[in-house]
Design a protein around this ligand. Structure first.
Ligand SMILES: CC(C)(COP(=O)(O)OP(=O)(O)OC[C@H]1O[C@@H](n2cnc3c(N)ncnc32)[C@H](O)[C@@H]1OP(=O)(O)O)[C@@H](O)C(=O)NCCC(=O)NCCS
Length: 134
């Protein structure tokens, strides 16, 4: 199996919106990190640029795509990169990429997950509202 070089190296100039290390409580019954835990972290990471663009609260309306490319292990240092890929009237679609820095004898960086999620700007009554002008 060939592995794309872009799957192993995060672009150094990019700024991670979130960095976190999974603990044993985040593992599944096999001892590797539970996919649902990673999904919740991806949702948090994606909401950061979405809320900035919305100028306030947002709600996740859809998970459009989600791929677990490689397993995540307890003790990996995870970096989440999130970018706006589309905006509509009320919605913001975000691409999230997750890289794991393995805490082993030699440092290895692996792209473990990629996802696309859509958020909607909401008001105090949780109704959708138009995005503010840039
Ligand atoms: C978010 C919410 C307020 C939107 O309600 P709404 O305004 O009636 O929904 P609409 O159908 O008009 O869609 C609003 C926007 O979301 C987009 N959207 C809706 N469903 C979508 C989907 N499955 N995929 C991508 N975008 C979607 C629409 O295209 C629209 O975008 P636009 O305004 O930029 O064109 C409502 O769906 C809601 O409260 N959902 C629950 C959110 C939540 O609680 N999330 C946390 C997980 S439980």
């Amino acid at each position: 199996m060939t592995r794309d070089i872009f799957d192993t190296l995060p672009a150094p100039e990019r700024h991670a919106v979130l960095r976190v290390m999974p603990m044993p409580a985040d593992a599944n019954i096999h001892g590797d990190v539970f996919g649902g835990w990673i999904m919740s972290q991806v949702d948090i990471a994606g909401s950061i640029p979405a809320a900035r663009r919305a100028g306030g609260r947002v709600a996740t309306v859809a998970v459009n795509a989600f791929t677990f490319k490689h397993p995540v292990f307890v003790g990996d240092l995870l970096s989440f990169y999130a970018d706006i890929v589309r905006t509509g009237r009320t919605s913001i679609t975000i691409s999230v990429e997750v890289y794991a820095e393995r805490q082993r004898l030699t440092v290895e960086v692996v792209k473990v997950t990629e996802a696309t999620l859509t958020y909607v700007a909401t008001d105090e009554q949780r109704r959708s509202r138009p995005l503010p002008p840039i």
